[in-house]
Design a protein around this ligand. Structure first.
Ligand code: ADP
Length: 477
């Protein structure tokens, strides 16, 4: 089975959040059982060395009235064949998404994906989020012979642009209607993915149900309901080699036998002093989605509580300013802005509790990384958080769960955490239990492989014969 997996960001080259982690971990897990090519844009800030790559081909992509020169540079990311698409409108970017010509950049990337997939006869094209969603339409226009899977990692980001841009983006006007790209008089890239894919997935079973409702559907709930027959929720995992407390070089002390020593050593290194107080952390984008406004409003109360609270994140300016101000005022509240992978890992290992009061959360990776590093998650019961964190004994993993993102609920949960922190043996038991949970990507990769197989079987013909033969022989797909 030949899979082309496409995303706008991928760890370790370019990362703004969970999509980059998944774009690395999922192809890696799939590559154990199938032939995977990972296709990524080449942004100049990626610090790639041409010397470590080889030029695998050139293309001329027609888009609107222009033709763009495209180069495919091939490299390897472990077992994954990786293809970087190099073309000036994308390469010239200074940032991942804060660019004026986002519509042009990602429409061009999407045209390129469709051209490459079609020419090289992939069985499956797996697209992710709005940046690659238009490829579903472009593949159909080319009568692409394989099947198209589209995954929504966050429905809140849809890629909405003025309708007058259609011509320049190489989008046929006949797709400007409610059942395709039209969205309140504009064009919506994400809708192209939903409308034209063969299978639609999102990153947790709970979120798959939630997005069909007005509360979580971001205006697309009706459209999604029309396509619900092809919708399935597959829970993400994390790459357990990348996030490995036994080996992570970002940590002051890696995990050996004793969990308590591991935690204490990293906590002391992180805080630069030892303390008997519990350490709570928040790691993530500073947006309303993540409930940062609720935490910011609680800072005065937290500054008088018997705890240390450390924040790491970038995002909306007002929250960055608010957190900077409160960190100056209160000695037990700490804030670091910007994006810092190494610091984040030390924080997970140092923390007693990770607080994630998200209003909605498609899957969330933080809580799984936290558990792997021995930090107990405190989360809202929503989306993937509801699928990965449980209060009752027995199910992996365990944490503190509250039902709605509100200041009162967060405070109650923090009080419960403080009580738990006082019960040392229970705390150690939960910590050890969470650290032993299996959050690896293998289970998710198997679910995606089953889905790919079903699609190929539905496509029938040649693909089906090839698959039957390889199954019979027990070969790699
Ligand atoms: P998102 O909604 O942002 O995709 P996820 O929970 O799915 O949220 O993934 C977030 C990923 O980004 C995790 O790997 C988390 O550790 C990381 N992360 C978020 N903010 C920062 C930051 N400021 N510095 C370092 N890592 C971060």
């Amino acid at each position: 089975m030949k899979i082309l997996f496409c995303a706008s960001e991928c760890y370790p080259f370019a990362k703004s959040g969970g999509l980059a982690d998944v774009a690395y971990a999922l192809p890696k897990a799939l590559a154990e059982k199938a032939e995977v090519t990972l296709m990524l844009p080449w942004y100049r800030f990626m610090a790639l060395q041409e010397a470590s790559l080889s030029l695998a081909g050139r293309d001329r992509i027609e888009m609107g009235s222009e033709a763009h020169e495209v180069e495919y540079w091939e490299g390897r990311l472990g077992k994954i064949r990786t293809l970087f698409v190099k073309t000036p409108p994308i390469y010239e970017s200074r940032t991942l998404y804060k660019e004026a010509r986002n519509d042009l950049r990602f429409a061009l990337f999407s045209h390129t994906i469709a051209a490459y997939a079609d020419r090289h006869k992939f069985d499956i094209v797996h697209l992710n989020d709005w940046h690659t969603a238009l490829s579903a339409l472009f593949c159909k226009e080319r009568n692409f012979s394989g099947a198209i899977v589209f995954t929504i990692h966050n429905l809140a980001f849809q890629g909405i642009f003025p309708a007058r841009r259609m011509e320049d983006l190489g989008i046929d006007r006949r797709h400007f209607h409610m059942e395709a790209l039209e969205f309140y008089g504009k064009i919506n890239f994400l809708k192209a993915g939903i409308a034209f894919c063969d299978a639609l997935t999102t990153v947790s079973p709970t979120y798959a149900r939630e997005i069909l409702t007005p509360e979580f559907g971001c205006g697309l709930e009706g459209f999604l309901r029309k396509h619900r027959r092809k919708l399935v929720g597959i829970l993400n995992g994390i790459d357990t080699e990348q996030f490995n407390p036994r080996k992570d070089p970002a940590l002051e002390c890696t995990l050996e036998e004793e969990i308590s020593r591991f935690k204490a050593c990293n906590k002391e290194a992180f805080l630069k002093e030892s303390t008997a107080l519990p350490l709570f952390v928040y790691i993530g984008r500073l947006t309303q989605q993540k409930g940062i406004d609720l935490l910011a409003a609680l800072c005065d109360t937290l500054s008088n509580a018997p705890l240390v609270f450390a924040f790491l994140g970038e995002g909306e300016r007002k929250w960055e300013d608010a957190l900077t101000k409160m960190a100056h005022k209160a000695p037990n509240l700490l804030y670091r802005g910007g994006y810092d992978e190494k610091y984040a890992r030390l924080m997970y290992a140092a923390a007693d509790f990770l607080v994630m009061p998200s209003r909605f959360e498609p899957c969330g990776l933080n809580q799984m990384i936290a558990m792997r590093y021995g930090a107990i998650p405190i989360v809202t019961r929503t989306g993937g958080l509801a699928d990965t964190v449980h209060e009752r004994e027995g199910r992996c993993g365990r944490g503190i769960v509250f039902s709605e993102a509100s200041e009162t609920a967060i405070l109650e949960a923090i009080e419960a955490a403080l009580r738990l922190y006082g019960k040392k043996s229970l705390l150690s038991k939960i910590r050890a239990f969470d650290m032993a949970c299996d959050f690896s990507f293998e289970r998710a990769a198997d679910a995606y492989l089953s889905l790919y197989r079903e699609l190929l079987i539905a496509h029938g013909g040649e693909n089906l014969d090839i698959m039957k033969k390889s199954f019979a022989k027990g070969e790699r797909e």
